[in-house]
Design a protein around this ligand. Structure first.
Ligand code: UGY
Ligand code: MN
Length: 247
C-alpha cells in the first residue's frame, strides 16, 4: 500500500462542472451484452454528463454483443486487439483503430488479445433533411494532424467527418512538451477525455490539476478549460465533443 492509499489521498475530484478521475479510483462494473469484460463507466449522466464514456477490458474469451438502437458509439482501441462484426462485415480492431457505429447498428466484438476499448456513446440527434451518418472506420495515425490555431506544438487530429450528419466529434490532441491550449476556452460543447500519453496541468473551472496518461476528465458545457504539457515527452489525449446541433 503506498502512502497515498494509506492516508486516503486521491487526485480524483468529482464536481458539478467537471470531474477528474484517475485509474487508482476505478471500480469495475458489468454492462449488459459484455461478457467476460471489466467495464469502467468513466463518465455518465449519473455525473451530470449528457453522454457516456466507458472503458472495456476484455478477458481472454470476453465478447460484447448489442445494438446501438437510438444511440451512436465511437469505439477506439486503446490497447491490444479484437475482432468485430458490424454493418454485415468483419473488422479487425487493433490499437489505434476506431469505429463509428450509427444508430440501428448491430455489433459483436470478440476474440480479444489484451483488448482495452474506449467507448463514447450518446443518443443521436437527427436533423431534418440531413441523412443519418454511416459507419466510419479508420486508424488514428492516418488522420491528418493540423496545428491548432496555427500553433505547431499543439496538433489536432479529427477522427470523424465534421459535416452536419455528425452530432459528435472525437479528436486526438498532441502537445509537445511546454505547448499549451492557446487560451482558456469556455464553450457550450461538453467534453469527455482520456489522457493517452504524457502529463501536464489541466485547468478545470477555477482549479489546476496535475494529470497523466490514464486519467479521465469530464468538462460540462461552459467549464473554463486550459492545458499545458509538461515533462520530456509529448502529451496526448483523445476527447469527445458534441457539435453541429442547436442548443
Ligand atoms: O475542441 C476543443 O474544444 C478543444 N480545444 N478543447 C480542449 O482540448 N479542452
Ligand atoms: Mn474545448
Amino acid at each position: 500500500m503506498n502512502a497515498n492509499q494509506l492516508f486516503g489521498h486521491t487526485r480524483d475530484a468529482v464536481k458539478a462542472r467537471y470531474a477528474l478521475r484517475t485509474p487508482s479510483g476505478f471500480v469495475p462494473s458489468s454492462l449488459p451484452g459484455w461478457r467476460g469484460c471489466a467495464v469502467i463507466i468513466q463518465i455518465s449522466p449519473a455525473m451530470g454528463a449528457r453522454f457516456c464514456q466507458y472503458e472495456i477490458s476484455m478477458a481472454k474469451n470476453g465478447e460484447g454483443r448489442g445494438r446501438t438502437g437510438s444511440n451512436e458509439m465511437v469505439v477506439y482501441a486503446v490497447e491490444g486487439q479484437c475482432s468485430a462484426n458490424f454493418g454485415g462485415k468483419k473488422h479487425s480492431l487493433n490499437a489505434g483503430c476506431f469505429a463509428y457505429l450509427p444508430p440501428g447498428t448491430d455489433f459483436h466484438f470478440d476474440k480479444p488479445r489484451n483488448a482495452r476499448l474506449l467507448i463514447f456513446e450518446k443518443k443521436y440527434e437527427p436533423l431534418a433533411e440531413v441523412a443519418a451518418p454511416e459507419i466510419v472506420t479508420g486508424r488514428a495515425d492516418e488522420a491528418e494532424g493540423q496545428p491548432f490555431l496555427g500553433n505547431k506544438g499543439a496538433r489536432l487530429q479529427a477522427l470523424l467527418p465534421g459535416d452536419p450528419r455528425f452530432d459528435m466529434a472525437v479528436n486526438i490532441f498532441t502537445y509537445q512538451p511546454g505547448a499549451t491550449l492557446p487560451f482558456v476556452e469556455t464553450h457550450i460543447m461538453e467534453h469527455g477525455l482520456l489522457m493517452l500519453a504524457g502529463q501536464g496541468i489541466y485547468r478545470l473551472d477555477a482549479d489546476w490539476h496535475p494529470v497523466q496518461a490514464g486519467d479521465v476528465i469530464w468538462m460540462a458545457p461552459y467549464c473554463p478549460q486550459w492545458f499545458a504539457a509538461m515533462g520530456e515527452t509529448p502529451a496526448s489525449y483523445i476527447y469527445y465533443k458534441d457539435i453541429n446541433r442547436a442548443p
